[in-house]
Ligand binder design. Structure first.
Ligand code: HEC
Length: 229
């Protein structure tokens, strides 16, 4: 074999093998995964995992605005212990939750057209943002998107003011008006209200709850999961 042939084959193998093992094989293996029915005996509940609760319109706004540049929606398995850095990222929002939230699995994204795993984690992971945000007033969530600095001065989240309308206030203050104070408040006699897109985006954020209990069947070992109960 000539050196040139060896080099070409070597290059083909070093790119081709990882492509085959990391992309083609998993794609074939997992393209048919489906929602799993909970088993009343093993799981203690009915229904399916995952539920399809994705808010499609709001998701499109989220994609268009590029939120994935800074926000992931993927909690990785903890490398060190179950009781790790993802404390507080799940359903239980107390300062010291009794149980750390679970890592995400492929099925968590089944009901979504695109899995918005995110590009980098500049801001907090939003996989379970729905639980945290539900504790906030809806207009306060809007105020954060309109002017992130009104919530945290150090935030490098950009303002999404273009999803809001500044309008002349008429009559009593609108219920929809954002609670903005100080330099973030609009001129006197004006109020800031969300556009339908901003409302859809907030609906989407509130729908982010990737913490449904995993059915024993998804864990791949019915016997152990049932025994652990
Ligand atoms: C340049 C990076 C960046 C982009 C782009 C960005 N964010 Fe953020 N986001 C942050 C940072 C940093 C924080 C934490 C500080 C804060 O609360 O402002 C944050 C906080 C948040 C929070 C509060 C999270 C929590 O755990 O309470 C939400 C919700 C949020 N962002 C939604 C969005 C949405 C929706 C978009 C797109 C419309 C977006 N972000 C785009 C950086 C970003």
């Amino acid at each position: 074999m000539t050196d040139f042939r060896k080099l070409t084959l070597g290059i083909a193998a070093s790119f081709g093998l990882p492509w085959l093992l990391l992309i083609v094989v998993p794609a074939f293996k997992y393209q048919h995964i489906k929602p799993i029915a909970y088993d009343k005996e093993a799981d203690g509940m009915d229904g399916y995992y995952p539920q399809s609760n994705a808010n499609v319109l709001g998701m499109q706004v989220y994609i268009r605005e590029g939120c994935v540049q800074c926000h992931t929606q993927m909690i990785r398995p903890s490398q060190f212990s179950a009781d790790g850095w993802h404390k507080g990222w799940g359903e239980d929002q107390s300062a010291r939750p009794a149980e750390a939230t679970r890592a995400n699995t492929m099925r968590d994204y089944l009901s979504e057209d695109v899995a918005l795993l995110g590009v980098s984690r500049v801001g907090p992971d939003l996989a379970n943002a729905g639980y945290r945000l539900a504790a906030m007033d809806r207009s306060a969530i809007h105020a954060m998107l309109y002017a992130p600095h009104s919530v945290a001065m150090w935030s490098n989240m950009p303002s999404y003011a273009h999803l809001y309308t500044v309008r002349k206030a008429q009559g009593p203050k609108s219920d929809l008006a954002l609670p903005l104070t100080g330099k973030f408040a609009p001129a006197k006699g004006y109020e800031v209200v969300p556009t339908p897109e901003a409302e859809q985006l907030v609906d989407y954020l509130l729908s982010l709850k990737k913490a449904a209990p995993l059915p024993a069947a998804a864990l791949g070992n019915l016997a152990t999961a049932a025994a652990a109960k």
